[in-house]
Design a protein around this ligand. Sequence first.
Ligand SMILES: N=c1c2ncn([C@@H]3O[C@H](COP(=O)(O)OP(=O)(O)OP(=O)(O)O)[C@@H](O)[C@H]3O)c2ncn1[C@@H]1O[C@H](COP(=O)(O)O)[C@@H](O)[C@H]1O
Length: 106
Amino acid sequence: MAGTLETLQSTIRDRRSGDPASSYVARLTAKGRAKIAQKLGEEAVETVIAAMEGDRAGVTSEAADLLFHLGVLLADMDLGFEDVFAELERREGVSGLDEKAARPQD
Ligand SMILES: N=c1c2ncn([C@@H]3O[C@H](COP(=O)(O)OP(=O)(O)OP(=O)(O)O)[C@@H](O)[C@H]3O)c2ncn1[C@@H]1O[C@H](COP(=O)(O)O)[C@@H](O)[C@H]1O
């Protein structure tokens, strides 16, 4: 499971500086962070709509789009899924998790 994200992330990092004519990652990256974030938001909304319709295949497909676009955004911010996993693992160690404790230290 995590290996799939690792492979995807590696492909995304590789394609960022690729040819926009043949690579969606390169094309989206060239449009800038605001556009990447907008796409992520759109995929989130599409996931929510599929969920509200009880469309399990739709949620699966939209969630894949969501994770992919999250990967593109993380890469653009010089972050990776390993940073997200580390944060999730940190939270596992926090008892009585509340909003403040859930936030990483600045
Ligand atoms: N997982 C994905 C993936 N999921 C979704 N998409 C693309 O995301 C886009 C989102 O679709 P939309 O209809 O919302 O958007 P659009 O109209 O095509 O684009 P906009 O003009 O709205 O930006 C589609 O063009 C999909 O092809 C993806 N594109 C690439 N990948 C992975 O990234 C790898 C590298 O792709 P390239 O950069 O194209 O080589 C691929 O091998 C895949 O593993």
